[in-house]
Design a protein around this ligand. Structure first.
Ligand SMILES: CC(C)(COP(=O)(O)OP(=O)(O)OC[C@H]1O[C@@H](n2cnc3c(N)ncnc32)[C@H](O)[C@@H]1OP(=O)(O)O)[C@@H](O)C(=O)NCCC(=O)NCCS
Length: 408
């Protein structure tokens, strides 16, 4: 078995076969894999002369507080039917992460198929995402929306340009390659967009992209994108203007707002539509996980109010077991002196006078991101320390909920 970068010429057919075998593409639309293998780095495991495992990552950024950190997004981990359960996926992912860490990514994020698998590679689970199903006719978003312009998949570059510079809060992600937005908007039947441009220009300021199996009545699945949070109201008013016809619109709640503030009688509607095709409500679930790739630079990004908290960190990184002995990156496990405060820092070593926090890299990533406070993680995840240290970390790490706001 050899792990090596994907060679487009040599591996194209095998890569498509892997994605067909896992059911992600059909033979008729095999080129749907292309955005993923061209967006960033792709690695394969070759078994008997054929690529049988494929891992793709894509470059981007994740906003931490107000700073954009270089990030790597794992967009596919796949093993063909003839090579499962041989440890290929974990080893190829570890090799891909080594490359991305060496190319400057501070953090890796992915959409998980299930909790547990990527925990073995150091990932920790992200925060809940709210998927809100609204009765379009009950939207009460303020003044009427202005007439929008129509958008089609041919406008993917313009839409991507806005996605890259859109309003983002803590945890907000951008995948930089426009082929991925092209793939997203080309992927679904009946997709259409409505948007607004800057006066005198065709540059988009805010838009909504909708897909629907049933165009006549919905539900519509909508993605909203805007430069400023205030523009969200015009997009919601626009969606509300479809409410004479469309019963339900589903969207992921944007960061910083509570969508039901702009909905009339959400509780009554939820009861009336219960278990129907047009059920409304708000479902919290989590699809994403993250792990730190560069601990000192991630810690240094934290700009926290209040007194600094100083502690030793005893960090376990299970990815080490998936890397080759002697390779230049084997995860971030080790002993560190950490200071979290207005000027945060982290360096190798320990100080006998400081309390010690013991954590897996996944649990520490969750703490640093603000997914959950230290006292909660100490109960449910691999993180422990003296009660006074956990309380001090709870006080220091008062961050908004991290919200990727990008379905990767
Ligand atoms: C997921 C997938 C990539 C794993 O590939 P693989 O090479 O067989 O995986 P590995 O050999 O590295 O790991 C398998 C191990 O993970 C374990 N595992 C699987 N799911 C797990 C979970 N949710 N929690 C904990 N462990 C899990 C298995 O039990 C197995 O353990 P074992 O080695 O002790 O038997 C493969 O099943 C696949 O291609 N699935 C379809 C595509 C997909 O969903 N990809 C993931 C997208 S996010």
């Amino acid at each position: 078995m050899t792990i090596r970068p994907l060679d487009m010429e040599r591996d194209r057919i095998a890569a498509r076969r892997i994605w067909q075998e896992v059911g992600w593409i059909s033979a008729a639309q095999a080129d749907k894999i292309d955005p993923y293998i061209t967006a960033g780095n792709a690695w394969v495991a070759e078994v008997g002369g054929e690529a049988e495992c494929l891992v793709c990552t894509a470059p981007g950024t994740m906003r931490y507080q107000r700073t954009d950190l270089q990030a790597s997004f794992v967009t596919g981990v796949t093993v063909s039917r003839v090579a499962r359960k041989q440890g290929l996926a974990g080893r190829v992912l570890a090799r891909a992460l080594q490359q991305d860490a060496e190319q400057g990514s501070l953090i890796s994020l992915l959409g998980m198929f299930e909790q547990g698998y990527y925990n073995r590679l150091g990932y920790g689970t992200g925060g809940y995402v709210h998927r809100v199903a609204l009765d379009a006719s009950m939207l009460d978003a303020g003044p009427d929306a202005r007439p929008p312009v129509r958008l089609t998949p041919a406008d993917a570059e313009r839409m991507h340009a806005l996605r890259v510079r859109r309003y983002r809060a803590h945890g907000g992600c951008v995948l930089t390659a426009s082929v991925l937005t092209k793939g997203d908007v080309n992927d679904e039947d009946n997709g259409f967009g409505l948007g607004y441009t800057r006066p005198g220009s065709d540059e988009l300021t805010h838009f909504v992209w909708c897909v629907a199996k049933n165009v006549e009545s919905g539900p519509y699945r909508a993605m909203v994108c805007f430069e400023e949070l205030s523009q969200l109201k015009e997009l919601l008013a626009l969606l509300g203007s479809l409410g004479d016809q469309v019963r339900v619109i589903n969207l992921i709640e944007p960061p910083g707002v509570q969508l039901e503030d702009l909905v009339r009688k959400p509780i009554r509607t939820r009861h009336v539509t219960y278990k129907s095709e047009f059920e409304t409500g708000n479902r919290a679930s989590v699809y994403w996980q993250a792990r730190i790739l560069d601990l000192p630079r991630c810690v240094a990004a934290a700009n926290l109010r209040g007194d600094a908290v100083r502690f030793n960190l005893d960090l376990a990184d299970p990815i080490e077991a998936f890397t080759e002995p002697g390779s230049s990156w084997r995860g971030v496990g080790g002993s560190y002196r950490v200071e979290l405060g207005p000027e945060s820092r982290c360096e190798a070593g320990s100080d006998a006078g400081l309390p010690t926090l013991t954590a897996s890299v996944g649990a520490f990533t969750r703490l640093w991101l603000g997914v959950r406070p230290a006292t909660g993680l100490a109960v449910t995840d691999q993180l422990s320390g003296p009660p006074e240290l956990l309380d001090a970390l709870d006080d220091a790490l008062r961050l908004p909920p991290p919200t990727p706001d990008w379905d990767f």
